[in-house]
Design a protein around this ligand. Structure first.
Ligand SMILES: Nc1ncnc2c1ncn2[C@@H]1O[C@H](COP(=O)(O)OP(=O)(O)OP(=O)(O)O)[C@@H](O)[C@H]1O
Length: 256
């Protein structure tokens, strides 16, 4: 199960997390194979970000285990990187320095590694810029370069494309898919956009009230095309599950 290259094998066993008397995660069991791309969907507040923070080692579970390549992890693992809705760049550092942050090695090696990462996200010409002059999409590209620079084996993405306009979002989805295919890191993506989940993921996992209530394999061939009938049907199927019965009836009543 141990492998230095490629994606991490991730297993969540009976993962529970409570904050005071509030039980947020109520026993999550989930296995993600090396190099798999899993999208996590669910209503606001159902516990998605909490789950990612537990996997990242930023918080400890109340009970249950996070297993990385079969081993319980007790610390923040360098091969696990996380990306958020906001890029979280240091505004007083240029793009290049933001990507170099935390890299170890000779100055020349660090510079070269960061430059390659910037190149892989198409920002090789913006290395000398300040974050403030970049667009939101470019800032997220820098954040992606910063996440990739340490050659992660598990990438945890907490709604990283949520604040982007529709076209930039599609470009970023394509970039993410290309880099995932090239580098084969295991990926967990939280998204509120069910179509994004179906376009990108091998599997879509629905969390409701802190439990996994749907674990659906998406076996559509890649690259997937928005507007494709089979893809649209899959999106409908998941939306149908996400929405409660009452909401579906309300929508029907509006439509009539
Ligand atoms: N550190 C904390 N202390 C107390 N409560 C917390 C903490 N972190 C999360 N919660 C609570 O846990 C619940 C789940 O939060 P979480 O951020 O995991 O949800 P989410 O599904 O990611 O939501 P969203 O889609 O809106 O980001 C919320 O009710 C939240 O208030």
């Amino acid at each position: 199960m141990e492998s230095e290259l490629g994606g991490i094998h991730l297993k969540l066993e009976g993962l529970r997390k409570s904050f005071g008397t509030q039980a947020v995660l109520r026993g999550i069991d989930l296995e993600v194979l090396p190099g798999e791309f899993v999208a996590i969907v669910g209503r606001s507040g159902c516990g998605k970000s909490t789950m990612l923070r537990l996997i990242a080692g930023l918080e400890a579970p109340t009970t249950g285990n996070v297993l990385l390549d079969g081993k319980r992890s007790h610390r923040i693992e360098p091969k696990v990187r996380m990306m958020f809705q906001d890029a979280r760049l240091l505004p007083w550092q240029r793009v290049q320095a933001n990507v170099e942050l935390g890299l170890v090695g000779s100055q020349a090696d660090v510079r070269q590694t960061a430059s390659q990462a910037l190149c892989s996200v198409g920002l090789e010409n913006r290395a000398r810029e300040w974050p403030a002059v970049l667009s939101g999409g470019q800032r997220q590209r820098v954040a992606l370069a910063r996440a990739l620079v340490g050659q992660p084996r598990l990438l945890l993405l907490d709604e990283p494309l949520g604040a982007l306009d529709a076209l930039t979002r599609i470009e970023m989805q394509q970039l993410l898919e290309r880099l995932w295919q090239e580098k084969q890191f295991t990926t967990l993506l939280i998204t509120h956009d069910v179509e994004e989940a179906v376009v990108l993921a091998d599997r879509v996992v629905l969390i409701e009230n802190g439990e996994v209530t749907l674990n659906l394999r998406i076996s559509l061939p890649r690259p997937r095309v928005r507007g494709d009938m089979a893809l649209a049907q899959m999106v409908e199927k998941i939306l149908h599950r996400v929405m409660g019965k009452q909401e579906r009836e309300n929508l029907k009543a509006i439509a009539h």
